[in-house]
Design a binder for this molecule. Sequence first.
Ligand code: AMP
Length: 511
Amino acid sequence: MSTTPENSDTPESVAPAQVAAPAAASAEVLFRDFGLDPRIQAAIDAIGYLRPTPIQAQAIPLVLAGRDVMGAAQTGTGKTAAFTLPILQQLVAHESTSTSPARHPVRALILAPTRELADQISVNVTQYAAKTALRSTVVFGGVDMNPQTDALRRGVEILIATPGRLLDHVQSKNVALGQVSILVLDEADRMLDMGFLPDLQRIVNLLPKQRQTLLFSATFSPEIRKLAASFQKNPVTVEVARQNATATNITQRIYAVSEDDKRSCLVDLLRAEDPRQVIVFSNSKLETGRLARFLEKEGFAADAIHGDKSQNERLAALQAFKDGKVEVLVATDVAARGLDIAELPCVINFDVPFNPEDYVHRIGRTGRAGMHGRALTLVTPGDSRNFAQIEKLINRSVEVATWTPSRPRRPREDGFGERSDRGERGERYGRDRDSARDSSREGGRSRGDAYGGRSSYTPRPAPVDPFFTQPYEPSAPVDGSAAGTPAASGTKPGAPRVRRPVAALLGGRKS
Ligand code: AMP
């Protein structure tokens, strides 16, 4: 590792750690080598982490040294602890048992794109800080602002937030950001995908220029690099091997089925695999709910999670799943993004994702922290080209398994039958057919739009939950209280939306 950057536009780089499982422990480094405060070390020991993951081994010393870091790591690599532990270490010098809010200014701000991710980070921060007097809280949209306001006004050193709701609180003067010394942008690529750039720019303008900025992103696109160049100083780049299909602890299989047989096949797989818990991915919000109800009728404890559900419904479904009350969680990509469910043994792709990258994200829900996982995908003839793109992305062929229906099958016209070898695949999968357009799909695109009539595949942007795509607009208070709320400070309820000027950062026009 070099230590001095040649210039501020060229981040230093730490060689990627070549690991089969992203969260696999790093053999050489121990947590105690970081010299963390004994109470932070005790929290790590209590959770049961034995060794730092590769991203932790690389990032923690750099963050402790006060460096800006660009981390290429997805959820599941242990990146939350990679930034949280050194942040806590830096903040323990400021901890106070005083009840005065003035003694608990926000010193570390962690921004995340989704409510679920923000909530998960908050849970982790609480665990890691449990034995210190440092306070933290999380704020995200879609729920009552008042409890968040109370927590902010009592004072917290670590604030985890989604950008829009944070700006609501800033506008309501519930929180001041003038003492923030550490900023974390988590899943920065997702934040850009979701149109949060103007909000990020506004938030960064409220922070002291003298600060440490940590940016985590699954990919380093040119836009992410521009963001880093704008928000960071001489960042060091750390990377761990992508959480992809090279992870040997995830068994991947595909089942060739007709569209009509998908539900029967799913039920048979669930019964045969007998997973304690499984996430079933569907491409459509409508199908997600229908599938969950169908599975309930088949005797499974099932629930659905998608972008049209309220925040409370989503959190309740997630909690029920984590508690083991729900066995099968049917989810869209958007709703499942960033979910961290420990030891998930199996994911099933009821639909092949439209975007090959989403396949990698989906199967990354299983096989975490070195555990063994299974990723099963139902592939119809219409999915052939799409699945071929997935295999190209992951650079491997996925094993084809034969599904033997447990119930008599309806006569089929698609020619599917027993498959003996992969050589048949091209023929059997190679027939594209018009797929029914599904307007309920998350993000609103249809398969026909994405692939119809194309001779070559063009990557499509990931589906986006419309909840997140709007530019920042102060939300009306959920409980209707007026004092100090955005509505009271200038935005009339029901007034036409005022688009805020897009920052010039990524080529938007200054106004
Ligand atoms: P993250 O990528 O931060 O969402 O973390 C993914 C999962 O790995 C979480 O369940 C963490 O609790 C877990 N984890 C984080 N660090 C370690 C570690 N050093 N050893 C084992 N598990 C870890």
